[in-house]
Design a protein around this ligand. Structure first.
Ligand SMILES: NC(=O)c1ccc[n+]([C@@H]2O[C@H](COP(=O)([O-])OP(=O)(O)OC[C@H]3O[C@@H](n4cnc5c(N)ncnc54)[C@H](OP(=O)(O)O)[C@@H]3O)[C@@H](O)[C@H]2O)c1
Length: 249
């Protein structure tokens, strides 16, 4: 078993690396911060391969695939991502385009490239990290929510294509609510509800990925949220999203 995890230097990705390492998986860990990746490599006994790349550069996504083409990878976890809090008019367009490049285009490119490889040998797991935000419109984090919506729609559609072919390649989409990681500082956001720990989310996600679950929602509240939002009128849901996003602890 060999897993490639993007965004493995901190947070959920780092804990997924720990969980998979404990299960005996070989690892290829990707993020920009080489120092943090090296620290994790040391913690995990020096075995994992680490690759420092900025995946918001689309060229680097192809480079990553090329660098790992001879590795027998059977798990791809597209986890790298970031958000930014604020009204759309206050967030630089460049930041939003960078977010689209990382949260959407990098996920899309890597999913496509690895899916082709996995389909050829008819096995493998892909887990794309979205968010409960992927089911909502998110005033005050509009681009972030929209990027995660893309990840949910893209991943779930691929799931059905694979299922109909009887493929043994499985795709999952992880949809957590708030998680206590660097994400919040980077995005300049704080949530009114308590976040899960990244270890809890990582443990849960890996367990469900191996059970071939499509939508992985850690925690009862998050599961309920995903189901109940379907029955709430759009304008009311927007008001609720705005309040949840704007209320600080
Ligand atoms: N925390 C939450 O509340 C929450 C909730 C739902 C979903 N999520 C999603 O969970 C995923 C992981 O986030 P997290 O909460 O664990 O936050 P995090 O601690 O900030 O982790 C983000 C990871 O992505 C990497 N990354 C960021 N920009 C990158 C780039 N341009 N190229 C390559 N790697 C990059 C970061 O490493 P470097 O900085 O070293 O590159 C880091 O390893 C994200 O997709 C996020 O949207 C988070």
């Amino acid at each position: 078993m060999k897993a490639l995890i993007t965004g493995a230097s901190t947070g959920i990705g780092r804990d997924m690396a720990r969980v998979l390492h404990n299960m005996g998986s070989e690892l290829i860990l990707v993020a920009r911060n080489a120092k943090l990746l090296e620290e994790l490599k040391t913690e995990l006994g020096g075995e994992p391969k680490v690759i420092s790349l900025d995946l918001s550069s689309l060229e680097n996504c192809y480079t990553l695939f090329d660098m790992t083409k001879d590795e027998d990878i059977d798990i791809l976890i597209n986890n790298a991502g970031f958000g930014m809090y604020g009204e759309a008019s206050s967030i630089p367009l460049e930041t939003e385009l960078n977010m689209i490049d990382l949260n959407i285009k990098a996920v899309h490119i890597l999913t496509k490239l690895f899916l082709e490889k996995f389909e050829k040998r008819n096995s493998g797991h892909i887990m794309n990290v979205a968010s409960i935000a992927g089911f909502l419109s998110g005033p005050l984090m509009s681009t972030y929510y929209a990027t995660k919506g893309y990840v949910v729609k893209f991943s779930t559609a691929l799931y059905e294509e694979l299922r109909r072919k009887g493929s043994r390649v499985h795709i999952s989409v992880l949809c957590p609510g708030p998680v206590d990681t660097e994400f919040n500082n980077r995005a300049g956001v704080s949530f009114i509800i308590n976040g899960h720990s990244s270890r809890f989310v990582a443990d849960y996600a890996i367990k469900k990925m191996f059970k071939d679950r499509l939508i992985i929602a850690p925690g009862l509240m998050i599961k309920l949220g995903i189901v109940l939002q379907r029955f709430v009128p759009t304008k009311l849901l927007l008001k609720i999203s705005y309040l949840l996003q704007s209320c600080k602890k």
